[in-house]
Design a protein around this ligand. Structure first.
Ligand SMILES: NC(=O)c1ccc[n+]([C@@H]2O[C@H](COP(=O)([O-])OP(=O)(O)OC[C@H]3O[C@@H](n4cnc5c(N)ncnc54)[C@H](OP(=O)(O)O)[C@@H]3O)[C@@H](O)[C@H]2O)c1
Length: 309
């Protein structure tokens, strides 16, 4: 039988943090978890957008508790401060949904001077996760869900030009960041299995879903050709509500296991099912190399020493 939000078990008392919660898949994820009783921490970079999302969520669900955590994933110093705030204000964290993302902008740099897709989609979420693990490890069935994309299957890690300094192709960089999501989540799973932390790491890929992702990309690039292409293929896209199902399943289904990836049944649309991981991410030495490079780039800006790996 197809899995949908009706199958989400009661989440009362569980604390869920969703990055990019004001829009698209993050918003739908927050809504579904809230409707099942979870306490939601909406992570957004814009306070104004976060407040609008909170009002809308209260209006729809008429219940629950929603907190806002405002920080820019494009600045690792803000990521570190956000977890300080999280530790001060919450005694627990059960679900971390690494959802926020940026797709194919013109070459843009993060506050630390790193290519923005690598920095936001991968590095900031890795830092946020590793710093949050000690808090999460205190709970039963704590899970990290990292949202990737079908772009993982086309992605490569450009080891000698990770930041696209010599040659920037915005789609190659997007695919690299989404493959990095998979490599990180899988490596985290392996390291968690060997550690004292009982936290699961799973992956979700939404297929094609109507969100602000495409609009933002078109606006940033000013490309009428891409705008037209999205209009033409628009009917193939599923709703944001459908696109959020794989991450909701990974976060809540009692049978979903650490190290697994969920995505749409028909590759880019449909109800969620267990799907294969990009072959490149199965390469252990490749994953270990990315882990070490990423740790070096995070440096001392985020205190990730709590999870000693
Ligand atoms: N939609 C699809 O078809 C599709 C397909 C494959 C994968 N995905 C993945 O799904 C995830 C969610 O995307 P979506 O489709 O829901 O797109 P979306 O509607 O554009 O939402 C993206 C969210 O990420 C936030 N964000 C971007 N940069 C940020 C930063 N520097 N700091 C903090 N937040 C930031 C955005 O905030 P603002 O609103 O402030 O910009 C927004 O809340 C992404 O990881 C994306 O790669 C989506």
């Amino acid at each position: 039988m197809d899995w949908n939000v009706d199958a989400i078990p009661d989440q009362s008392g569980r604390v869920a943090l969703v990055t990019g919660a004001n829009s698209g898949l993050g918003f739908e994820t927050a809504k579904a978890l809230l409707e099942k009783g979870a306490i939601l921490i909406l992570c957004c970079r814009s306070l104004a957008k976060a407040k609008v999302a909170r009002e809308e969520l209260y209006g729809i669900t008429n219940s629950g508790k929603i907190e806002l955590l405002i920080f820019d994933l494009g600045n690792l110093i803000e990521v570190n401060k956000a977890v300080d705030q999280l530790e001060r204000n919450f005694q627990r964290l059960d679900l971390l949904i690494n959802n926020a993302g940026v797709m194919a902008p013109p070459r843009t740099l993060s506050k630390q001077g790193l290519e923005i897709q690598f920095a936001v989609n991968h590095l900031a979420h890795m830092a946020l996760t590793l710093r949050s693990l000690p808090l999460m490890a205190q709970q039963n069935d704590a899970r990290v869900v990292t949202v990737t994309s079908g772009a993982q299957y086309m992605g490569k890690i450009i080891w000698d030009d990770l930041q696209g300094q010599n040659k920037y192709d915005r789609w190659v960089s997007y695919a690299q960041s989404k493959l990095a999501n998979v490599m990180f989540a899988l490596e985290l799973h392996n390291r968690l299995c060997k550690s004292k932390y009982k936290v699961a790491s799973l992956l979700a890929h939404p297929g094609l879903a109507q969100t602000n992702l495409q609009r933002t990309s078109v606006a940033a690039n000013g490309s009428w050709q891409e705008s037209l292409a999205y209009k033409l293929i628009g009917p193939m896209f599923q709703s944001a509500k459908m696109g959020a199902l794989p991450q909701l399943l990974a976060a809540t289904n009692p049978t979903a296991r650490s190290g697994e990836q969920y995505g749409p049944k028909f590759n880019f649309r449909g109800y969620p099912k267990l799907i294969p991981i990009a072959p490149l991410a199965l390469n252990k030495s490749y994953r270990e190399r990315l882990w070490e490079v990423s740790k070096l780039l995070i440096g001392d800006l985020v205190d990730i020493k709590g999870f000693s790996s």
